[in-house]
Design a protein around this ligand. Structure first.
Ligand SMILES: NC(=O)c1ccc[n+]([C@@H]2O[C@H](COP(=O)([O-])OP(=O)(O)OC[C@H]3O[C@@H](n4cnc5c(N)ncnc54)[C@H](O)[C@@H]3O)[C@@H](O)[C@H]2O)c1
Length: 360
């Protein structure tokens, strides 16, 4: 299959691209390396995809090629997707809100599927730049759906978020539940989902929406605003970890290990239905205090923790994953201990600029 992945230089997009190349698919990735976090992290991710596709890394890593290859070997050691050979990778830098760029990307290749992950991600930032979130997450999604329709792409998969449910505390939400987002980010994902549904019903494109239950964690986790990455960075850099969670250290979210999330995407790709929505999470939320303990135990470092304030804008929704289990055979396998062990192992193999990143 030839598959377009938007946001391919990002955390989930790059892991998914590597898994699909292992499965022998032809992957075309696009990304604009937006400012949300350091471009070097995203170039690193693209270089890793190049390596799995048997190419030289395209971005200069400043004399750190041995480190890049060491990280690659670690990730290859973890990978569970059988390698069948024949996969390939092309990449274009550009913005999904640029209609000319999108037209070029769709004219150069005929895709069997589009997996749309490019987005302004993260809830708190959406209160600072709401217009940008709407432009990228809504208008960008509309442009991609329209290009997929005009170029007769058979399958479109949209990376949505548990944020569409709003704050549901200890409830386990299912796909039929009412959507009550409380952030601009959550609302922008609801709008993206609504467009997906409309295109599926009106133009008979096969569309699936995946509601991703994050924080998604694991090696090379998105290094901004994600609790596991922050804990690891602070442990190794001796910084105080300030807790703003809705319920302090008892705040428990349905965090999903990256390989489980990728597995959900692979299963949705293999499944075919006219329009479907799937929660892909774990259904096993762990409280913040447990994440602190696990990172301390595996890193061997003490983390200074201070509960600062209760953040009322923080939202929690846990996944009822029974539909994905029943329809797709989805079964998350990873526990936080193994996921964090791998995340720390890769963290330690990364260059200094990554380990000492200031903004996490
Ligand atoms: N990581 C999580 O916990 C989580 C949870 C729920 C939903 N999601 C969703 O999953 C997707 C991927 O998330 P991630 O954690 O990999 O984030 P990420 O920021 O690492 O990846 C997103 C990528 O999209 C790119 N991008 C942003 N705006 C773009 C634009 N206008 N044009 C082209 N590329 C653009 C970014 O440069 C980035 O590389 C996003 O849609 C996000 O909303 C993630």
């Amino acid at each position: 299959m030839k598959i377009l992945i938007t946001g391919a230089a990002g955390f989930i997009g790059s892991h998914l691209a590597r898994a699909l190349i292992r499965r022998g698919h032809t992957i075309v990735g696009i990304d604009n390396f937006n400012f949300y976090y350091d471009r070097a992290c995203k170039e690193w991710n693209v270089n890793l995809i190049d390596l799995i596709a048997g190419k030289d890394p395209r971005y200069n890593v400043g004399g750190k090629e041995e480190e890049l290859r060491a990280v690659f070997r670690l990730l290859e050691g973890y990978d569970v997707v059988a390698r069948v050979g024949g996969g390939s990778f092309s990449f274009y830098e550009g913005d999904i809100t640029n209609a000319g760029f999108i037209e070029t990307v769709f004219s150069l290749h005929q895709y069997d599927a589009v997996i749309h992950l490019a987005a302004m991600a993260g809830v708190p930032y959406s209160a600072k730049m709401p217009g940008l979130y709407v432009a990228v997450n809504v208008d960008g999604t509309a442009l991609l759906l329209e290009a997929s329709r005009r170029h007769e792409v058979a399958r479109f998969i949209f990376g949505s978020s548990s944020s569409v449910y709003g704050n549901r505390e200890r409830e386990y939400v299912d796909e039929e539940d009412v959507l009550t987002p409380v952030s601009v980010y959550g609302a922008s994902k609801v709008a993206g989902e609504a467009l997906c549904r409309a295109y599926a019903l009106t133009f008979r494109i096969n569309v699936a929406v995946i509601r991703i239950f994050g924080p998604i964690y694991g090696p090379l986790q998105r290094p901004h605003g994600m609790v596991q990455q922050r804990l690891i960075n602070y442990a190794f850099n001796n910084k105080e970890f300030q807790v703003y969670g809705r319920h302090g250290l008892d705040t428990a979210k349905d965090a999903t290990y990256i390989d489980d999330e990728v597995d959900g995407f692979l299963k949705v790709l293999d499944y075919s239905g006219p329009f479907d929505v799937f929660n892909i999470g774990t259904a096993h939320p762990h409280p913040l205090r447990e994440w602190v303990e696990i990172v301390q135990e595996i890193s061997g470092k003490k983390i200074i923790v201070r509960v600062v304030d209760k953040d009322e804008t923080d939202v929690i929704a846990n996944a009822n994953i029974s539909k994905a289990v029943r329809v797709l055979g989805y079964a998350p396998r990873f526990n936080p201990q193994e996921g964090i062990r791998r995340q720390i192992e890769v963290f330690k193999a990364m260059p200094k600029w990554y380990q000492e990143m200031k903004e996490v």
